[in-house]
Structure formats: structure tokens, C-alpha cells
Ligand binder design. Structure first.
Ligand code: FAD
Length: 382
């Protein structure tokens, strides 16, 4: 319909990959605590990891719209990948826009081929959602930077090669938005330590505390200008919100497809349960909300690709998509009756992931604060 030929071809490619590596495969890997490496390599070989990387650096030169469609379709097949969000959907977006020419030439072609995988580290236990108060520091010593601090909940750090990390290069000042800087840190560097943080989540990635103990990186590891990281961050955090909204839309569709199939087949009181309005209407409502969110997320990705400020659309789409996916999850669970709680039906694992997105990567309340202040013009929320 509104898809370009190229976008339709990308979706067909994702369908083919998903047929080779269906949810059954993803789930078996997730339950075994293993990364779905074959799926990741298939995406790399199909050029999906470099979709939004400029052609001169080995990518396809497409944009966030295509990346979001990929996330949406993978999730619709029930095979969401957080590493695809924090790597190509966030870290590489920032590097493609703000890294020096030499860093781009060094990093992006390898990342497009899947040879350098990125995770992203902003969250710290004490600062939480308040990124301005992070305690990780980077101090210049000659032609090196020395980075010290601890990030937590870092998705896929065990599978990644590099961490794009946010650190303070100047002390916190309440009236300044300068002083945060971004660095590319090889996770094999001396002083980097990973500690697994077991989560109640069925996902392809594990989360880690990443401790950086006086990790030395060369001057060239600094992304863009020192102290200007906050300005660069939103060229990654808005895409992250849009990618997560796309995952939520896809998971919402996946859940509704499953619920509809079940509602057609399950006969109780001599009729398929899907024939009852009490079941049909909530399914229809959830479908409407998921597709509304998909349309809004499309606007958000278009705004980003057209170099507009995508913050308003990205936050609204993220909240709308996650709310819709949660609604879809709830009715899918209800439709399945007691079977929803049977491990064999694999439904609650989907709810876990959708529910995660209400809290991470940005809490619903913080996204609403953005909409209240920047879209509606209300005073800054307390
Ligand atoms: C599975 C998982 C994967 C993750 N992956 C990564 C990753 O790869 N990289 C990374 O850097 N981080 C990652 N995170 C961290 C994630 O981004 C944070 O957990 C999230 O941003 C919320 O921060 P917090 O946990 O510190 O919650 P807090 O900041 O402590 O907030 C707790 C709750 O308080 C409320 N709240 C906070 N501030 C306000 C406010 N101003 N107004 C109203 N309510 C408020 C919200 O309801 C919020 O949920 C991950 C987290 C999880 C659980």
C-alpha cells in the first residue's frame, strides 16, 4: 500500500529469514540462554544490519523507516532482537551521524557486515532515568581517555564487540546540558568486566553490569566533540524509541494473530468463542489501537529520516504502541483461558517483553513528561 518497492522487498526478505528461523528456534535459544547466532548471521548476510548505514560505509543507505519495518516484521513473526535495537537501531545511528570520518570508515563497514556488534550503555543504578546524574567519568590523559564507572542492564554485552558508552567529561552542573561525551569502548579492553544480571524475561539477549575500571581508550574513541554528547544522544534515543515502538506493534500483531486463530477454533457452549461479542470487540479494539500506533510510528520514522526533530512523534508513538501491545497481550491471554498459563502455549513470555517496553528503554512517565512539556507546552513535570 504505502510501502516502496524496496521496503516490500525488505519485508519479503525478513519473511524468508523468519521461515528459516521461526519463533520455535528463537524460543529454544532464549530458553537455553543462547544467542540466536544463525538468525543474526542471516540478517547480516541479507544486509539488514547495515540498512541505515550510508552506502559509502558499506551500508544500504536507507533510513529509520526501513529499520523500523524490519523490527516490526521480525516481532510479528515472534522473533524480536534487542541487540538489533541497541546496535543498528541506536548506536550505529549516532555513529553514522556524529563520528569522525576515520571512525566511520573504521567501524561502519565492519558493523554492516555483522563483524562488529555494538551494545549501548547509558543506565547506571544510582542515576536511573536521570542521565544528567550519571557518575561514569572519562578523563583525558595525554592522547588517551581513562573511563571509570559502572553501567547496568546492558543488553547483549556478552555478544557485542563494542560498547557505545555515555560518560561525564565535565562535572555535573544543574544549569548545563554540556559535559556528557560518548566513547566507543572495545569490550575486550583491559579493565572491562561483565557481571551477568539474571532477569525475569524470555529474550534472546542477557543483561549485564558493565564495569569500566580505568579503561584506557585512544583519543579517536571519542565520538564527535567532547562535552556535546547530549546533543548526539537524541539522534540515537529517538530511533531507539521508534524501534521499540515497532517491536511493540509487531508483537501486538503476533499476539492478536495467535488470539484470533485460537478464538476461531475453540468451541465452548456450542460456538467458537470468537463469535461472542465479549471476545470479538476487545480483539477488534486492540487491532485498531495497534494499527493506529503503527501509522503514528511510521510518521515518527519519516520525521527522523527527513532530519526533522522526531522527539514528539517518537515519544507519542512509543507510548501508543506499547499501550496497544499490552492491550493485545491482555486479550490474547484472556482468549486462551487457562491455556495462556501453560508453558506449551508460550504466551506469557510475549507479555513479559511487551511489559518491559512500558519501563524501558524509557519509562512511560518520562515519555509522557516529554509530550506534556514539549508538545502541549505545559510546565516541566515534577
Ligand atoms: C531488560 C532490560 C534491558 C535493558 N537494556 C539496556 C541497555 O541495553 N542499555 C542501557 O543503558 N540500559 C538498559 N536498560 C535500562 C533501562 O533503560 C532502564 O531500566 C529504564 O530507563 C528505567 O530506568 P530505571 O530502571 O533506573 O528506573 P528509575 O529511573 O528508577 O524509575 C523507576 C520508575 O519511576 C518512575 N519515574 C522515574 N522518573 C520519573 C519522573 N520524572 N516522573 C514520573 N515517574 C518517574 C517510572 O515509573 C519508572 O519506571 C535495560 C533495562 C531492562 C530491564
Amino acid at each position: 500500500m504505502w510501502l516502496t518497492e524496496e521496503q516490500s522487498a525488505i519485508l519479503a526478505l525478513i519473511d524468508q529469514i523468519a521461515a528459516r528461523y521461526p519463533r520455535r528456534y528463537w524460543l529454544q535459544k532464549a530458553r537455553a540462554g543462547e544467542f540466536p547466532e544463525e538468525l543474526w548471521q542471516a540478517l547480516a548476510q541479507a544486509g539488514i544490519l547495515g540498512l541505515a548505514i550510508p552506502e559509502q560505509y558499506g551500508g544500504s543507505g536507507l533510513g529509520l523507516q526501513e529499520m523500523a519495518l524490519v523490527q516490526e516484521r521480525l516481532a510479528e513473526h515472534g522473533i524480536p532482537l534487542l541487540l538489533l535495537v541497541v546496535g543498528p537501531g541506536l548506536s550505529l545511528m549516532i555513529l553514522a551521524k556524529h563520528a569522525s570520518e576515520s571512525m566511520k570508515a573504521q567501524v561502519l563497514p565492519a558493523a554492516s557486515r555483522g563483524e562488529r556488534v555494538f551494545c549501548f550503555g547509558i543506565t547506571e543504578a544510582a542515576a536511573g532515568s536521570n542521565t544528567w546524574r550519571i557518575a561514569t567519568t572519562a578523563e583525558r590523559q595525554g592522547r588517551e581517555w581513562v573511563i571509570t564507572g559502572t553501567k547496568h542492564f546492558i543488553s547483549g554485552a556478552d555478544r557485542a564487540d563494542d560498547l557505545l558508552v555515555v560518560a561525564r567529561t565535565r562535572p555535573y552542573a544543574a544549569d548545563s546540558r554540556e559535559g556528557l561525551s560518548l566513547f566507543v569502548v572495545n569490550l575486550k579492553s583491559p579493565g572491562v568486566r561483565l557481571t551477568w544480571e539474571p532477569m525475569h524475561l524470555t529474550a534472546a539477549e542477557h543483561q549485564f553490569q558493565v564495569t569500566l575500571d580505568h579503561v584506557r581508550v585512544p583519543d579517536e574513541a571519542l565520538v564527535g566533540e567532547e562535552g556535546a554528547g547530549a546533543r548526539y544522544l537524541f539522534d540515537g534515543l529517538n530511533p531507539e524509541r521508534i524501534n521499540v515502538a515497532a517491536l511493540a506493534v509487531g508483537l501486538g500483531r503476533h499476539l492478536l494473530n495467535r488470539a484470533v486463530s485460537y478464538a476461531k477454533e475453540r468451541v465452548v457452549f456450542d460456538a467458537p468463542i470468537g463469535a461472542r461479542q465479549g471476545i470479538q470487540h476487545p480483539l477488534a479494539e486492540a487491532k485498531i489501537h495497534v494499527e493506529l500506533a503503527a501509522a503514528m510510528n511510521r510518521y515518527a520514522a519519516m520525521a527522523y529520516d527527513q532530519q526533522e526533530d522526531a522527539g514528539a512523534w517518537a515519544n507519542m508513538a512509543k507510548v501508543g504502541a506499547v499501550d496497544a501491545a499490552l492491550e493485545a497481550a491482555d486479550i490474547a491471554i484472556q482468549v486462551h483461558g487457562g491455556n495462556a498459563f501453560s508453558e506449551a502455549y508460550d504466551l506469557l513470555s510475549l507479555w513479559e517483553l511487551v511489559r518491559l517496553f512500558k519501563t524501558a528503554p524509557v519509562a512511560r512517565e518520562l515519555a509522557l513528561n516529554y509530550v506534556g512539556e514539549h508538545v502541549l507546552g505545559l510546565p516541566k513535570a515534577l
